[in-house]
Design a protein around this ligand. Structure first.
Ligand code: FRU
Length: 430
């Protein structure tokens, strides 16, 4: 049996990984850190794994950046939880949640070279407000010269994102509740992120909850003088089963890029499939995406350079109206592009999706769960990388990520108009 480990997506060479942490561009390199248990292919006491890249396409794993070795992070079911990175006066700061004795507190570690990190003597630098047992995943950002931090929190009744302002990197003052999660969206907002995009501000988080989407974005306006966020609309950032714990950064081109974990927790009530534990690793990151705001929506699409890898044309043809096509020998890494003008459906083993050209929707059914993504219409691009499948509609208008183990054929059932199909592989991969 061939490995299920994705060829192009980032995964740690051994052990478990979940959320992307500390995504940043520092000293000429992209850095990604991640929740990591190096000792077993299952969740455990959390470390921060670390990798770097020149181009967001190929990644090199570095030694572990944070190991839970202090009293404030010694919870056996805790450690160094998720957080973010920021460059302040040429020094790289990692902000993270330390867990010990049932407390979640914010801590900081610094590095001058982006490889070796020193935990601050002042740690922990921020305690939870009274009653908030869940208080984690700090995301730090600048607005001009002011330093801010958002943190997800819950006291089991209220599920909120708090806003803090830093007097300096170690002293933080509460600026109130930035956002309160509506009941229909979910509960505790894990891994919040807050950033400007186009002329809007966007608050992104992963709500806990059976029927919630893995990552949702609230689009609105923000007034830094009053620290108030007025929400205007809300959208999932992916409609599939494996997209969680989004984190963004500004790239070297000053565009906004984001990573997410290709996973879900059991509380999502979806199929959980993080990777084969029999191979000694589990978990990987979805493709990094470039974000933009247009037509009242956030569009996200694999960072430039990823699509360009698929230069080896395998199929280029039309499919007759009402025709069926079963594709069996495409290999395990390919990009399938479909241009359509009438409804059609696609089946990957037991996973099924139907594109309805009249209602402009894609209905996705995976295991026992169905979700519906809105479309602009015309183009579907499907990136398959071994156990990862990422589907992008209309250049990033909506997307569906899911993981699968099945080797079954991909079957297309066409509607009333011809459909154009092309499939490309990686030249060096066959
Ligand atoms: C989200 C999360 C975070 C936490 C981390 C622990 O997936 O639950 O809230 O910091 O994972 O690994």
């Amino acid at each position: 049996m061939m490995t299920r480990r994705p060829f192009l997506h980032y995964s740690a060479h051994t052990g478990w990984m979940n959320d992307p942490n500390g995504f940043c561009f520092f000293n000429g390199k992209y850095h990604i850190f991640y929740q990591h248990n190096p000792y077993a292919p299952k969740w455990g006491q959390m470390h921060w794994g670390h990798a770097i890249s020149d181009d967001l396409v190929s990644w090199k794993e570095l030694p572990i950046a944070l190991t839970p070795d202090r009293w404030y992070e010694d919870d056996p079911k805790g450690g160094c939880f998720s957080g973010s990175a920021i460059v302040i006066d040429g020094i790289l700061y990692l902000y993270y949640t330390a867990t010990a004795g049932g407390h979640q507190r914010q801590c900081v570690a610094t590095s001058v070279d982006g490889a070796v990190f020193t935990k601050a003597e002042q740690n922990p630098i921020l305690e939870a407000p009274p009653g908030f047992e869940d208080f984690r995943d700090p995301k730090v950002f600048y607005i001009e010269t002011r330093l801010f931090m958002v943190i997800g929190a819950s006291d089991q009744t209220e599920h909120v994102v708090f806003l803090y302002e830093g007097k300096n990197p170690y002293t933080w003052e509460e600026r109130g509740v930035l956002y309160s999660v509506p009941q229909k969206v979910g509960t505790m907002p894990e891994c919040p992120d807050f950033f400007p995009l186009g002329d809007k501000w966007v608050l992104v988080f992963s709500p806990i909850g059976e029927n919630s989407h893995g990552v949702v974005a609230v689009i609105g306006t923000f007034d830094p003088d009053t620290c108030s966020f007025a929400s205007e609309s809300i959208q999932p950032l992916d409609y599939g089963s494996h997209y969680y714990a989004f984190q963004s950064t500004l790239g070297k081109d000053r565009e906004r890029y984001a990573f997410a974990w290709a996973g879900q927790w059991p509380w999502m009530g979806h199929f959980v499939d993080h990777g084969p534990d029999t191979e000694g690793w589990r978990g990987f990151l979805n493709f990094p995406r470039k974000l933009r705001y247009a037509d009242g929506r956030i569009h996200s699409y694999p960072a430039g350079g990823i699509k360009d890898l698929f230069t080896d044309s395998l199929i280029d043809r039309s499919l007759e109206p009402n025709g069926d096509l079963s594709l069996t020998s495409l290999g395990d890494v390919y990009l399938m592009s479909i241009t359509y003008s009438s409804s059609f459906s696609l089946r990957f083993g037991s996973t099924h999706f139907v594109v309805d050209s009249s209602s402009h929707t894609a209905t996705f059914t995976h295991q026992d769960r169905t979700s519906i993504a809105p479309l602009k219409g015309g183009l579907v691009e499907i990136f398959v990388d071994r156990m990862s499948t990422e589907i992008f509609f209309d250049g990033g208008y909506a997307s569906i990520c899911f993981n699968r183990y099945e080797d079954d054929a991909v079957t297309i059932s066409n509607g009333t108009e011809p459909l154009e199909l092309s499939v490309s592989g990686l030249p060096l991969h066959r």
